[in-house]
Design a protein around this ligand. Sequence first.
Ligand code: GLA
Ligand code: GLA
Length: 726
Amino acid sequence: MTTGTADATHTDMEGTHTIMSITNGTRRRPHRWPQPLAGLRPGIWYGGDYNPEQWPESVWDDDIRLMREAGVNLVSVGIFSWARLQPAPDRWDFDWLDTVIAKLGAAGIAVDLASATASPPPWLTQLHPEILPRDARGDVVWPGARQHWRPTSPVFREYALEMCRRMAEHYKDSPTVVAWHVSNEYGCHNLYDYSDDAMQAFQQWARRKYRTIDAVNEAWGTDFWAQRMTDFDQILPPRFIGEGNFMNPTKLLDFKRFSSDALKDIFIAERDELARITPDKPLTTNFMVSGTTAIVDYDDWGHEVDFVSNDHYFTPGARHLDELAYSASLCDGISRKDPWFLMEHSTSAVNWRQINYRKYPGELVRDSLAHVAMGADAVCYFQWRQSSAGAEKFHSSMVPHAGEDSQVFRDVCELGADLGKLTSAGLLGARVEQAKVAVVFDAQSKWALEHTATPTQALQNWTEPLDWFSALLDDGVTADVVPVAGPWDTYEAVVLPTVYLMGEAMADRVRQYVRNGGKVFVTYASGISDDSDHIWLGGYPGAIRDVVGIRIEEFNPLGSDFDGVDATLDLDNGTVAHDWADAVSSVDDSCEVVARYEAAEDTGMKGVPAVTVNAFGNGYAVYVGCKLGQKGIATSVAPLLDRFGLSDASAEKATGSSAGAERSSAIMKVVRVAESGQRFTFLFNRTREEVRVNLAGTPVVESFATIDEQNHSAVLKPAGVIVLQS
Ligand code: GLA
Ligand code: GLA
C-alpha cells in the first residue's frame, strides 16, 4: 500500500457523511470462521448461492434432497431478495425465508445469510431516483439489472442499513445462520459514480487526505494545463472531458482510491449494523480477486472482513489452471494464509463472455481442488439450481437445466465426497506452505498503468505478475502471490513485476530486503513514479536505481501500428521482447549483464543490456528490462533460479536425489501443512497430455488419475489431480 493511514468513519461538520479511510492500515480483524451447526462436525464448507425465491415452493424439498445427496453443508441465501423481503417501504415479509431456513436447518445445511442489500427494489428507486449512479457523462444509470445505487448516497445508506437491522434482528437467534454475506461483489457494476454525491464525498476525501488545497495542487501537479485550484469545492470527479483528451493522472488515481474507499465505507456501515446485533456471527463480503480484476484494493479491504471470501471465474484456454492458481494464491496472500472461503465459481460455463466455453471433463473437480490447494476451506458455486428465467439462465450451476441425471451433478456429488475425505484426513485449517518465491501484486500500480498518455497503451499490468507466476511454474517453482503490503520480504526471492508506483517507504523496503540478502527480480516499468505518480528523476527506475545497478534514459516501446517500426527485439539468450524494452544506458561495476539485445545497429539497441544481475549488500537484484512473456521469462530466469538455489532442480542437484518420473514443468505442486505437522501435497497436471508422478505419500483423493501402486506412481490425465498425505 502506498499512501496514508487507516482511519475510522465519522460525520463531518456539515453533517454529511465523510469517507474517512484513506487507505489500509496495519491492523487486521481477528480471523473468525463460520462454525458448524450444533452437533455436526466441522467440515470443508460446500455449497453455493441458493435462490429459492426463483422457484415454486414445491421445488424446495427437492433442492434439499439433492443437496444432501451432493454433500452440500452450506448455502448462501437472500443475496438478491430485497424486493421480496421488503415489498413496500413499510412492509416486511420474512415468512418465506423463515420456511427456507427452517428446511435447510432441519437438513443440517448451514446458511451464509446475505444482508439482501445488493440490489434495491423498484419502489425504492421510484421513490428516490437520487440514489441512482451517474456515468462520466452525467447520464443516469437506470434500474434494469442490479446494483444500481450510489455508494455515497446518504438516502441509499439509510435504507440499506435499515434492511441490515431488520435482517439481523429477525435472524439473530437462528442457529442455522453461521455467517453474514454482506451485500455482493461491491463495485461490480457501481464502482465509479460521477454524481454530485460522489463529487462531494470525493472533495471531503481529498480534504482528509491532503488537508490543504495547495497540497492537492502539489500532488496532482495542477500547474500543468492551468488546473490549479483555490478551493476544495473546485474538485470534480473525472467526468467526461471530450474524446481524445487526457485526464490528470494523479486525480484519476486518487479517484480510484476514493472509489475503493467509498465502497469500503458503505460495506463497513452495513457490516457494523449487522455485527452490533449479532456480535457472534462472522462476517464477510465476496471479493473478486483474479488475474484480471482488482476493481477495489482487495488487500486493503482484507483488513475489514472476519474471513476473506472470493468469487473466481475461470479463464478459458491455455491459462485456465495457471490463472486460477495465481488468483487463488493472491487470495491466500490477502488472507495472510488464514483459510479463506471460495464463495463463487462455476461448475462449467459462465454466460457473461462473448463466447461461453464449458469446462472440459475433470475440470469441475480439478478447479475446486486447486482453490483448496491454495488455502480455501470452503468451496461454493454460483449457483445451486440453474435459473429457467432471467439474465443468468445460461450460467452453469450445480443442478443444471438437464436435472440430476447429468454429468455436472454427478461431478458435484463426487466433489462433495472428495471434500469429505479431505476433511476426514485433517485438512481443515491447514495453511499453504510458504513458497520460496513471492510474486508481488500491487493493485494501485495496476490502476496507474491503465491510464492514458503512457509510453505505450499496449502495456497491461495484470499480465506481468501472471506471466511470472506461469513462467515460474514452467521452471518447476510454485510461487506465492503476495500483495504489495503483505509480507513478501519474508521470502527467499521476490518478483516485482511492473510495480510502477514506488513511494519512498516501498523503495526503502526493497533496498533493505536486498541488503539483508534477499533476491529481487525487478521488471521494466517498475519504480518509475512515487505514490502521487510523480516521476523519480535522474534516470529510471529512479526509486531503486542503486539497488538494480542500472540507469535508463529512455524507453523503447515496440509495436506494429506504423510501417517500419520494430514489433520485437531479439535477445541473445534466444528470447524475444515485445511491447516494451528499456534503453538501458549504463550499468554499475557491480552489475553483470546476462542477456543483451541483438538488434540492428541503427536502432540504438544493439548490445544494450536486457537482463542484468546486480550484487547489492548481501543480496542480488535481477533486472528484466523488457516484456518477455511467460516462455521468455521462463527461459531467461531458469539459470538464475538454479544459481540462487530456488528451483527444485537445484535442490535435487544439491541433495543428489532423483527428479523421479515427473517433469516439474508439467506439474503444479502445492503443499498445505496442518498444525499437527501433517502435509497435504496437491499435484495437478498442467498439460493436455498424461503425466506420471511419484507418490511421495498416501493418496487421499484423486480425480482423472490412475494409481500404479507397484511403482509408487500415478498417471494424471489432462485435468488430473491427486492429493497425497504424509
Ligand atoms: C500540442 C500542444 C502541446 C503539447 C503537445 C504534445 O502541440 O499544443 O501543449 O500537448 O501537443 O505533443
Ligand atoms: C457474480 C455474482 C453472481 C453471478 C455470477 C455469475 O459473481 O456475484 O450473482 O452473477 O457473477 O458469474
